[in-house]
Write a protein that binds this ligand. Structure first.
Ligand code: TYD
Length: 211
């Protein structure tokens, strides 16, 4: 049996990751892999309820952090770990790097507390901590992302934040990428959709996860 593959997708709101996740799912299926497409916060009935609260109800950054990690725990238990155990490819729209970027860098919440929660929530029976095998980071200048978003739907609690918030979130992602460069596949999300798609496929082929 093939071993499972866990890929997360990150970037500030407006970086355009959704269409690429869909295309990548097709590429993995064409290569004969079973694919589970999921998202955070969310991915289970309980985690989707928590998502709704995090995106719409006023709360402080500690509440946000606790709810996204609670959602993550349920998602790992019921979706991600079983899929990886079956040997599937898990494509997850956001994971823990988003918590470090949004609650940590964006809201200014304590990174040491987030790191402790990460250790608890993502602990595996083997004693290691579950992390994505690859994290695709759609890196984009926050000013360009804001322009793209202004044409979009009704903003949630994060999308309605000022440009400075997204600059901090962007810096948060850059710090996470710098601390684990092997895991991160960085894309220039200001390029055309086709160019980003080709770059994404090339980087995954280079890592020998796609033929
Ligand atoms: P997003 O993934 O952009 O979904 P959609 O495209 O449907 O808006 O929205 C999720 C939001 O949740 C996004 O603004 C980032 C935020 N978020 C956090 O603040 N912390 C987290 O840990 C995660 C996973 C997401």
């Amino acid at each position: 049996m093939q071993s499972g593959l866990f890929i997360s997708f990150e970037g500030i709101d407006g970086a355009g990751k959704s269409s690429h996740i869909e295309a990548l799912a097709q590429a993995f299926k064409a290569a004969g892999r079973a694919v589970v497409q999921t998202r955070e916060p969310g991915g289970t009935p309980l985690a989707e309820k928590l998502r709704d609260m995090v995106l719409h109800d006023p709360m402080d950054p500690l509440c946000e952090a606790l709810l996204v990690f609670a959602a993550r725990r349920d998602h790992l238990n019921h979706v991600i770990e079983p899929a990886l155990a079956r040997g599937d490819v898990v494509l997850c729209d956001r994971f823990t790097d988003a918590t470090f970027a949004y609650q940590g860098a964006g809201r200014g919440f304590r990174l040491d507390v987030l790191a402790q929660l990460e250790q608890w929530v993502q602990a595996l029976p083997s004693g290691t901590v579950r992390q994505p095998d690859i994290t695709v980071w759609f890196a984009l200048d926050p000013a360009i992302a804001a322009e793209r978003l202004s044409a979009a739907r009704l903003p949630d609690r994060f999308e309605s934040q000022p440009l400075a918030f997204f600059q901090s979130v962007h810096n948060g992602y850059a710090a996470r990428a710098a601390s684990d460069p092997k895991r991160f596949a960085q894309l220039d999300a200001s390029a055309s959709i086709e160019h980003v798609r080709q770059d994404l496929l090339a980087q995954l082929r280079q890592r020998q996860v796609l033929p």
